[in-house]
Ligand binder design. Structure first.
Ligand SMILES: [Mg+2]
Length: 197
C-alpha cells in the first residue's frame, strides 16, 4: 500500500536563488532570493515534500562540472536548513541540444520542458512506498519551460516574476500558468496553501 504525498517541484535558478545572468559555478554565485527559505519552510510545515528540478546545461557546455553543481546543492541545503527549509531531492539535467556530448545526450529526455526529472522523482518515491498525489502537487518556476514541464507532468503550474519571469513569453506562446506570483513566498502563501483543500 502506497502512502500518498504532496510535492512542490521547484525550479532552482531565478526561483530559489538569484539569477545572475550566467551559470552558477561556485558557492559565491549562489544567493537565496528574499523569502525563498521562508516559502520552503512554510510548505514543509504544511506537509509538502520539496523536490528541485533544474536544467544545468552548463555541464554539457563545459562551463561547470557535475561535482560543482552537486556542491552548490549541498550549499543550498546548508543555507536553507537553519530556516527549517531543506530540499528532499534535487535533480539536475546536464544536456543541451546544441552541445552534443557522448555521456550526457542520453539524458535529453530530462531537459525541461521534458518531464524526465519529475517522472524520475515520482518513480523513486513510488519505489520508496509513496505515491505522489498530482492533484495536490505543484510546479513552480520562472520560465515558460517550467510552466510547460509542470503542465505536461499533470501538475498545477505557477510562474514567478523573479529571475527571467517570462510572463510575456508565456502569453505569446499560449502557455498559461495556473497562477503568476511575485516570488516563491507569494506563490506558496498566495496560491499553494490556499488551493490545498
Ligand atoms: Mg529558472
Amino acid at each position: 500500500m502506497l502512502r500518498k504525498i504532496k510535492v512542490l517541484f521547484l525550479d532552482r535558478d531565478g526561483t530559489i536563488n538569484r539569477d545572475i545572468g550566467t551559470y552558477v559555478v561556485s558557492r559565491e554565485h549562489f544567493q537565496l532570493i528574499d523569502g525563498a527559505a521562508d516559502a520552503i519552510a512554510l510548505a514543509r510545515s504544511a506537509g509538502y515534500r520539496i523536490v528541485v528540478v533544474t536544467n544545468q546545461a552548463g555541464i554539457a557546455k563545459g562551463i561547470v562540472t557535475p561535482e560543482q553543481v552537486e556542491d552548490i546543492h549541498r550549499y543550498m541545503n546548508e543555507l536553507l536548513t537553519p530556516s527549517g527549509a531543506s530540499c528532499d531531492h534535487v535533480y539536475y539535467c546536464p544536456t543541451h541540444p546544441d552541445f552534443p556530448h557522448p555521456v550526457y545526450d542520453r539524458f535529453s529526455f530530462c531537459r525541461k520542458p521534458e518531464t524526465g526529472m519529475v517522472d524520475r522523482a515520482i518513480d523513486e518515491y513510488r519505489f520508496s512506498g509513496y505515491e505522489v498525489d498530482k492533484s495536490r502537487s505543484f510546479f513552480i518556476g520562472d520560465k515558460t519551460v517550467d510552466v510547460e514541464c509542470g503542465q505536461r507532468a499533470g501538475l498545477r503550474s505557477i510562474l514567478v516574476r523573479t529571475g527571467h519571469g517570462e510572463e510575456e513569453l508565456c502569453r505569446e506562446k499560449g502557455i498559461v500558468p495556473d497562477f503568476v506570483a511575485n516570488d516563491l513566498l507569494h506563490a506558496v502563501n498566495g496560491y499553494v496553501l490556499s488551493s490545498d483543500g
